[in-house]
Design a protein around this ligand. Structure first.
Ligand code: NAG
Length: 227
């Protein structure tokens, strides 16, 4: 009987482990991708003689078109990712600085909106990711009003970041070769690219939902919105 109960307990712990949200891993992936995007879209890039400039422009077209795919209505009957591509390539081509600035603004907003959960992760100390995920989850469950949406946002950013991270070697070759347009034409119907677009859409929608909330232990819950 004792062993049977021990087995049940182990099974329950295992099952719980499986459903535990991977906050630590999501944060790690997002931190990496945030830097990757920032490095590939430096602001106010005016030096045409910089040999890297061509790579940055290529990246901005990939980013601009992919962001346009993410906000397009993909359930509309006349939706065609090639039309979205056709419409947005010239816009992306002419708007490097705008894309770089918007991307940085979105990354800043995302980071600000998940900062409460990042602070919880920092408080975990030297424990395993699994243990830290459990500690963070306990705090989220304790005060879902303050923490559930930022926690969900972190997980969605993590999903997008892991997906993009797995494509980094390909993206680096494409931007090096300046083959972004053929790459996009060949990939808009590819399941991997479609998944990336959906992950970006999900993270972006959640970010729009999340408002800057600060939980005041004194009992007042204040909402602060930044324009
Ligand atoms: C997207 O298209 C579908 C189908 O035409 C429509 O029902 C839906 O309202 C559209 N969504 C938005 C946000 O425009």
């Amino acid at each position: 009987m004792f062993w049977f109960m021990l087995l049940l307990a182990a099974g329950a712990a295992h099952a719980q482990g499986l459903i535990l949200p991977d906050y630590v891993q999501s944060r790690e992936a997002y931190t990496h991708i945030r830097l990757y995007i920032s490095e590939n879209l430096p602001p106010q890039h005016t030096n045409d003689y910089d040999p890297k400039a061509s790579k940055y422009y290529s990246f901005s077209i990939l980013a601009g078109v992919t962001a346009a795919q993410a906000v397009a209505n993909r359930t509309a009957p006349d939706y065609d990712p090639l039309l979205v591509l056709d419409h947005n390539v010239p816009l992306a081509w002419r708007n490097y600085n705008k894309i770089a600035q918007s991307a940085q603004a979105l990354l800043n907003e995302a980071s600000a909106k998940i900062s409460m959960i990042e602070e919880m992760i920092d408080l975990c100390g030297p424990v395993s990711p699994q243990q830290c995920n459990a500690e963070v989850q306990a705090k989220v469950i304790q005060n879902p009003f303050a923490y559930q949406q930022p926690a969900d946002l972190l997980l969605l950013l993590g999903t997008f970041s892991k997906e993009l991270r797995s494509s980094e070697p390909v993206v680096d070759i494409v931007t090096q070769e300046r083959s972004e347009i053929p790459f996009l034409i060949n990939n808009v119907h590819d399941p991997k690219y479609k998944t990336l677009v959906e992950d970006l859409d999900n993270a972006y929608r959640k970010m729009r939902e999340v408002q800057f909330r600060r939980y005041n232990p004194g009992g007042n819950k204040v909402s602060i919105l930044f324009g």
